[in-house]
Ligand binder design. Structure first.
Ligand code: 5AD
Length: 387
């Protein structure tokens, strides 16, 4: 059976776990499990508590970051990811990316996320550094006025991360995918090119260099348990990551993991697991907001792909960041990490209009023009400047 296994040992009651979370206590493992497994009225109570915490820190503001997925070429072979499933490889040119920047800048965005498959060559780093230089010359990297560039281009050497930082990149997103070593190893090939240690080292390097650092996991992976997810929350909290982007695992039929799941489960089982993963993802956002009030938590595209309306639900609870896809339409079909990805058929105008409507529906205010680094990061920076 392929599903998130619920914990069967006796656990603290929901009421006591929620009380402790709301009081701001660092939750014990089993309290985290209780909250993550919350359903029906408990689910709603957790959601309201997280909504209040989000409101206290961010008011009604939702930070907007546009994402451009600039290449699907990848040296990795993660068993879950569909990025390598497309024969036709693309690399969006500097000119086309700058054109996206221009569109974003006009629409008000001051945050651009550049994401791609992983290519760790020096030539690729040169290419990204040159791009950063062009963005800087055109828009400056001055806080709130110029562009804040966020990179999400995988595992690189410390030296390469430093070069990109020196070239002006401010933030970096690199998911741990699964903070449990054994689960991490189960979902990556044993080819010497995928290492849990290496991933941890990258995250340490990024924080140490001074990036605003984001990480995250997938929810609903085969073999994953609520104990794993509780440990993921503790991992984010205890290592003080500034941003979290996490979402449900979604099957891609042309991947090793996708094929294996499809061959041994029924459609009905897969649908049930998807429902479970969606609810649990929302619980993850909500629990995280209570445990780490000052971080940015993104409502991910994968969540909306799983169930329509879930992005809205995320943003009325613990999440405070939205990342509309600005990738030019002609490249979108070649960048589907999972199937049924939302927005593949849309152009950026439609995407933009849709997010504005979505936020309007829930009474939230989109904030484009401020960089809005997470308060956790800003606070640390102030402490370092005025010890
Ligand atoms: N389902 C959901 N998320 C996925 N990712 C990759 N493949 C999938 C999938 N099948 C996520 C990974 C990666 C991010 C860019 O996309 O967590 O870090």
């Amino acid at each position: 059976m392929y599903s998130l296994r619920r914990v069967t040992r006796p656990l603290p009651t929901f009421a006591s776990a929620l009380r402790s979370a709301v009081s701001g206590a660092v939750l014990a493992h089993d309290e985290l499990v209780t909250l993550l497994q919350a359903r029906s009225s408990d689910f709603a109570a957790l959601h309201s508590a997280a909504a209040a915490a989000t409101k206290r820190v961010f008011g009604d503001e939702v930070s907007m970051r546009g994402i451009v997925e600039f290449s699907n070429a990848c040296e990795k072979r993660c068993t879950y990811c569909g990025v390598t499933a497309y024969d036709r490889k693309f690399l969006v040119s500097h000119e086309q990316i700058l054109e996206c920047c221009e569109y974003m800048h006009r629409a008000g965005y001051r945050n651009i996320v550049l994401q791609s498959g992983e290519i760790a060559s020096e030539q690729r780093i040169d290419w990204v550094c040159e791009l950063l230089d062009k963005i800087k010359r055109r828009y400056t990297f001055e806080r709130d006025r110029g562009m804040c560039v966020v990179l999400s281009i995988g595992e690189l050497s410390r030296r390469q991360y430093e070069r990109l930082f020196d070239a002006g990149a401010q933030r970096y997103l690199l998911r741990i995918e699964a903070s449990d070593r054994q689960l991490y190893e189960q979902i990556h090939p044993t080819d010497g090119n995928h290492s849990y240690e290496r991933r941890l080292q990258c995250l340490r390097d990024l924080k140490d260099i001074g990036y605003v650092t984001g990480t995250g996991v997938m929810v609903g992976l085969p073999g994953q348990t609520y104990d794993n997810l509780a440990n993921d929350v503790a991992f984010f909290r205890d290592n003080q990551f500034h941003m979290i982007g996490l979402g449900p695992y979604i099957i891609h039929k042309d991947t090793v993991m996708g094929k294996s799941i499809i061959s041994r489960t029924t459609q009905k089982e897969r649908e049930e697991t998807a429902v479970e993963a969606g609810m649990t993802t929302l619980n993850m956002y909500n629990v995280l907001r209570l445990q780490c009030p000052y971080i940015n938590i993104a409502a991910t595209t994968a969540l909306e792909t799983l169930k329509r309306g879930y992005k809205k639900l995320a943003l009325t609870g613990g999440s405070n960041v939205l990342m509309p896809i600005i990738t030019p339409k002609q490249f979108r079909a070649g960048y589907q990490l999972y199937e049924g990805k939302k927005e593949v058929d849309m152009d950026r105008e439609e995407t933009h209009r849709e997010v504005l409507k979505l936020l309007n529906d829930i009474g939230k205010k989109p904030v484009f023009t401020k960089w809005n680094h997470p308060p956790l990061f800003m606070h640390k920076q102030r402490q370092e400047l005025n010890p």
